[in-house]
Ligand binder design. Structure first.
Ligand code: ADP
Length: 250
C-alpha cells in the first residue's frame, strides 16, 4: 500500500470561479521524495494544502496509509493531521516564542485539551525536541526567540517542528523561496537527510527546477491544474520541462 494516495483531486475556490486542480492523482511510497514543479499559479501549493485539508477539495480522495482523509469528520481529521508534518515557505513560527517551544508545538496535537492549553509536555517530548534541535544544528539556540534567528535557522526549526510530530509524510510548501540560494540548498539537503534517516516520505512543492531535480527521486509536473508529467526524476529531460512550462514559454 502506498503511504499517500491522491485520487482525482479537484478544486474550485469559488463555485463560479475557475477550476484550479482538474483531477490530480498521484501515489507516494515509503522512501520517496516527490517534487511538484510547474509554472507559478499551476496549483502546486493548492495541491499540498488539499492533502491535509487546509484547503477543502471540491471532489476526489486522499488516503494516508489507507485511511480516507477526505471522508473524515473534524475530530478524526485532527488526529490524522498529526501524521502529516508540514513545512512552510514563511516558516510559520511563533516569533515571540523560543526555538524549543516552537518545536514542542509540533506535539500539541498529542496533548489533551487541558495539557495543551498549559503546554504541559511530557519529558519524552522535551528530550526528543532537544535531540531534533541537535540534529538540525540548533542546539546552541534552544532558548533563543524565533525572531532572533536567520531565515535558514528558522526553517530548520520548522523542519524539527514537523518531525517531532512523528509524521507518516512530510508536506513541504516552497521551503526555500524566502532563502538565498546557498541556504536554500542546505535546507533541502536537511529535509532530504532527515526524511531518509526517519524514513518519512516527502511531497514538496518547489518552483526551483534545479533544486527539484537535485533532491527528488520522482517529479510531478503541473500546468494549469493538470498533471503534465509523473515519473522518475532521472526521466525528466529538456522536452519534459518544455511541456510542463510551455505556457510560460509561449
Ligand atoms: P502555485 O503554487 O503553483 O503557484 P497556487 O496553488 O498558489 O499555485 O495557485 C493556483 C491558483 O489558485 C492561482 O490562480 C491562485 O490565484 C488561485 N488561488 C490560490 N489560493 C487561492 C484562494 N485562497 N482563493 C482563491 N484563489 C486562490
Amino acid at each position: 500500500m502506498a503511504t499517500l494516495e491522491v485520487k482525482d483531486l479537484r478544486i474550485r475556490y469559488n463555485r463560479s470561479g475557475p477550476s484550479i486542480l482538474k483531477g490530480i492523482s498521484l501515489s507516494v511510497d515509503s522512501g520517496d521524495f516527490f517534487a511538484i514543479i510547474g509554472p507559478s499559479g499551476a496549483g502546486k501549493s493548492t495541491l499540498i494544502r488539499c492533502i491535509n485539508r487546509l484547503v477543502e477539495p471540491t471532489s476526489g480522495e486522499v488516503f494516508l496509509n489507507g485511511e480516507n482523509i477526505t471522508a473524515m469528520g473534524a475530530r478524526k481529521l485532527r488526529m490524522a493531521r498529526r501524521g502529516m508534518g508540514m513545512i512552510f515557505q514563511e516558516f510559520n513560527l511563533v516569533e515571540r516564542m523560543t526555538v524549543m517551544d516552537n518545536v514542542l508545538s509540533g506535539r500539541l496535537g498529542y496533548l489533551g485539551t487541558f495539557k495543551s492549553f498549559l503546554r504541559l509536555y511530557p519529558k519524552k517530548d522535551i528530550r526528543r525536541a532537544l535531540e531534533l534541535l541537535d540534529r538540525v544544528g540548533l542546539s546552541d539556540f534552544v532558548d533563543k526567540r524565533a525572531d532572533e534567528l536567520s531565515g535558514g535557522q528558522r526553517q530548520r526549526v520548522g523542519i524539527a517542528r514537523a518531525l517531532i510530530q512523528d509524521p507518516k509524510i512530510l508536506l513541504v510548501d516552497e521551503p526555500t523561496s524566502s532563502l538565498d540560494p546557498k541556504i536554500a540548498r542546505e535546507v533541502m539537503a536537511m529535509i532530504k537527510v532527515m526524511s531518509e534517516e526517519l524514513n518519512v516520505p516527502v511531497l514538496c512543492n518547489i518552483h526551483d527546477v534545479q533544486l527539484a531535480l537535485e533532491f527528488s527521486n520522482h517529479v510531478i509536473g503541473l500546468q494549469d491544474g493538470v498533471k503534465k508529467f509523473d515519473g522518475l526524476t532521472e526521466q525528466v529531460d529538456k522536452g519534459t520541462l518544455e511541456e510542463i512550462y510551455s505556457m510560460e514559454i509561449l
